[in-house]
Design a protein around this ligand. Structure first.
Ligand code: NOJ
Length: 760
């Protein structure tokens, strides 16, 4: 027997033996129904369920080499398609569903999937931005709204959340995740899954979620998309996997594997990840979809000689559904006939897929999601737009505010709103914008105009365009590096203004899939424009709109105020104006470090100490750069407010924590300023000595607290040994007795410390 067949048998055994917990959407009734259906299926029909085809009208990736099923309609009639992606809209989904349930022999409904990443028609901030809110209720609500809209448009399933931890701002897809921290990333993942799936996956306004990309896609070498990840077991288990495990525990219905290899094994062909860990140790009962064409790509990776071998490797490793390779439909039948693949693997994959279809209620009412009237009433409703504004303003991070330039007074005489992104109604929609109408966001200029007082003149000048030529999801961007014709008007507007609001950053399509950058500083003429404006007016508020951390150290200290607004979604301009004028006191905190220089990345606060963490002054033999400090420009957890908060040192209920015990940590936080404000009280720990090296700090808890001026509040956290557990040298997830530091404060870099001992 080939080695991968042995592995798979072990995986199957584990999967049945170790069903950790059953999600609420798996019920005995449905299991019985699925089993009965499975018993009636021919092998061809079973393989059909594993086949996912794209809709040709909106491909979101290279057309896969398969492409045999040119006539998708016929394939659906013949029961050779289990799912489709990129079919959207109540009518289109209804029509295709009709084909399946009225023509195929067993009338098994199709599953419609789509990338609903941060909204369907109403756009919320890009996920990295939302994570900056640290507001799990707001994030859950954002996903709830997205699911409501998507479900009304006939969709059953979103390829979200992306739960890849990433510490590399060069990677364009860092915008799709929750940043650099596994703890925050896990909580955000769960919030998003709850939002998409709701309390009842069978309700007509909830959709199945998908934790992706399993695994280590955020660790692509050099930050280059689709590149190899070569990470240790320590990083895999302690950094990469926790959000996925949290997703599995939260009952996520599906997982997507990833394009990258990890240490020589492409994720799509990894039995260790998919069978041993996910379906085995974690007892995951949903299904795994491959990424777009990632089964065929096993040939390019060089682990399969041809597509047929790729299909065998992938199904054996636990990839249940084939997204767009058409490798399963083309070759699994023959592989089974030749005894190369065990038919039980196919049964297992089909069972998982049918289980999700049953949980969505599709067997009883295959058209329940495709309701044109509901679609009409739901998309971009007032309530959804209001939610988008709320989440957008909570996501904004105030990075700098020297001399209290912000908030702006509402009766300023003249405000100049300048910059390539100032009146851009499209870039705030961000990348992966599902069915947002192009140019449908409220621009910053519009937001400022609406918020400014009646006597304030708001003038606008673009200064310089950011890009030239075509822009879009699939095109590479060309930046404007020569057209300065707008400079004079911008300089004139700035000269006469009380304050300049300068919108800089990234085009919507500058971050996202396939958008890696070796240089993460401002592109095009933006820095030149800033410098030109500084010549005539120093009172500048830079509003950054972007999907990744940018390297801004060259100029950050030269402007009094910087507002990180991300790509803020449909209501971005209103949300930013809320913050600029103080109608909302900024409360966002960075979910990712902002480097001083791209050469520092990958960068994160929860780094290792190394053997040489510091050196005597003047000596070179310690872990550092000779030309740049080790520290980020703005650390993880950082964000300013219009008020000032003070945090006490942590007070511990005891100086020891026993196995099975608890330790309470109290912090007093006070608002010393003149306005109400919200802060994120953060708790970190350090395990001083471990069987493997431990990070210098790890986030273990946080609390959102809103305080009136002068108000003081005690915030408490409870630690248990489980919070201190990690993947040890013994390859077990457990806490090791010993000394710990506990830190509390308002950012990863500004904390006060206490100590305790975890006893044997
Ligand atoms: C490729 C991306 O990696 C994945 O995240 C996405 O869901 C699929 N394409 C489908 O569009």
């Amino acid at each position: 027997m080939r080695p991968y067949l042995r592995l798979s048998a072990l995986g199957l055994l584990l999967a049945t033996a170790l069903r950790a917990q059953t999600p609420s959407w798996v019920t005995p009734d449905r299991e019985a129904r699925v089993a009965a259906l499975l018993a009636q299926m021919t092998l061809e029909e079973k393989i059909g369920q594993l086949n996912q085809l794209p809709a040709a009208f909106d491909p979101t990736g290279p057309v896969p080499t398969g492409g045999r099923e040119r006539d998708a309609y016929q394939a659906i009639r013949e029961g050779k398609v289990g799912s489709m992606l990129n079919v959207v809209g109540a009518e289109a989904t209804r029509a295709l569903q009709q084909l399946a349930v009225e023509n195929s022999r067993l009338r098994i409904p199709l599953l419609f999937g789509y990338d609903v990443i941060h909204g369907y028609r109403t756009m919320f901030p890009v996920p990295l931005g939302e994570a900056a809110s640290w507001d799990l209720d707001a994030i859950e609500h954002s996903a709830r709204v997205a699911a409501t809209e998507a479900a009304a448009a006939g969709l059953h399933w979103t390829f979200a959340p992306m739960v890849d931890v990433s510490r590399d701002a060069r990677w364009g897809r860092i915008m799709e995740g929750a940043g650099e921290d596994p703890h925050l990333g896990s909580l955000v993942a769960v919030a998003r899954i709850r939002g998409f799936q709701g309390p009842d996956l069978g309700a007509p306004d909830t959709i199945a979620a998908c934790a992706k990309h399993f695994a280590a896609y955020g660790f692509a070498e050099g930050g280059r998309d689709y590149n190899s990840a070569d990470i240790s077991d320590d990083t895999l288990h302690n950094v990469v996997l926790p959000p996925f495990h949290a997703a599995a525990r939260a009952g996520v219905a599906t997982f997507m594997n990833s394009f990258n290899e990890i240490g020589g094994v492409p994720a799509t062909a990894s039995a260790r990840l998919q069978r041993e860990i996910l379906k085995g140790a974690w007892g995951f009962q949903g299904f795994v979809v491959s990424d777009w064409g990632s089964i065929d790509e096993l040939v390019q990776h060089g682990v399969a000689r041809d597509e047929a071998e790729a299909a065998r490797l992938a199904i054996t490793a636990g990839s249940d559904m084939d997204m767009c390779s058409e490798a399963y439909i083309a070759s699994l039948g023959r592989a089974i006939a030749a005894g190369q693949v065990d038919e039980r693997l196919i049964d297992d994959a089909v069972r998982r897929i049918l289980r999700v279809k049953a949980a969505l209620g599709l067997f009883d009412a295959p058209h329940r999601y495709s309701d044109p009237q509901r679609e009409q009433q739901t998309l971009r409703s007032e309530a959804h737009l209001a939610a988008a504004r709320d989440v957008a303003r909570k996501s904004i991070v105030l990075l700098r505010n020297e001399g209290g330039l912000l908030p702006l007074v509402k009766n300023a005489k003249t405000i100049a709103v300048i910059g390539p992104l100032a009146d851009d109604r499209d870039s705030p929609l961000g990348s992966w914008r599902a069915q947002a109408e192009p140019d449908s966001a409220v621009s910053l200029l519009e937001g400022v105009r609406r918020a400014a007082g009646p006597d304030t003149r708001v003038v606008h000048a673009e200064g310089a365009r950011l890009t030239v030529g075509k822009r879009g999801f699939k095109q590479s961007l060309t930046f404007n590096t020569s057209d300065r014709s707008g400079f004079p008007a911008a300089i004139a507007a700035a000269r006469d203004a009380d304050v300049v609001v300068l919108a800089l950053g990234e085009d919507a399509f500058q971050s996202g899939e396939g958008r890696s950058q070796a240089d993460i500083s401002l592109k095009g003429l933006q820095l030149e424009l800033l410098r030109a404006i500084q010549e005539v007016n120093q009172r500048i508020v830079v509003v950054l709109m972007n999907g990744r951390p940018l390297a801004i150290a060259d100029w950050a200290d030269s402007v009094p105020a910087i507002v990180e607004a991300w790509h803020g979604g449909s209501q971005a301009g209103l949300a930013i104006a809320d913050v600029l004028f103080g109608d909302y006191n900024p409360s966002g905190r960075l979910p990712v470090s902002f480097p001083r220089h791209v050469g520092q990345v990958p960068l994160s606060y929860n780094r290792k100490n190394t053997g040489r963490p510091s050196g005597a002054s003047g000596e070179v033999f310690w872990s550092h750069y000779e030309d740049t400090p080790n520290t980020p420009l703005y650390p993880f957890g950082f964000g300013l407010s219009y008020t000032t908060f003070d945090y006490s040192a942590p007070r511990l209920s005891a100086d020891t924590l026993a196995p099975g015990g608890t330790l309470d940590v109290a912090v007093t936080v006070a608002n010393h300023g003149a306005v109400k404000g919200r802060t994120v009280v953060q708790l970190y720990v350090r395990d001083l000595v471990g069987s493997v090296t431990r990070p210098v700090k790890e986030l273990k808890g946080f609390r959102l607290v809103e305080l009136a001026p002068g108000e003081t509040r005690e915030v408490s956290f409870r630690l248990t040994p489980a919070d201190l557990a990690f993947y040890t040298a013994q390859r077990r997830w457990e806490a090791e007795p010993g000394e710990f530091h506990v830190f509390t404060g308002g950012s990863s870099a500004e904390v006060k410390k206490a100590r305790f001992t975890l006893t044997e």
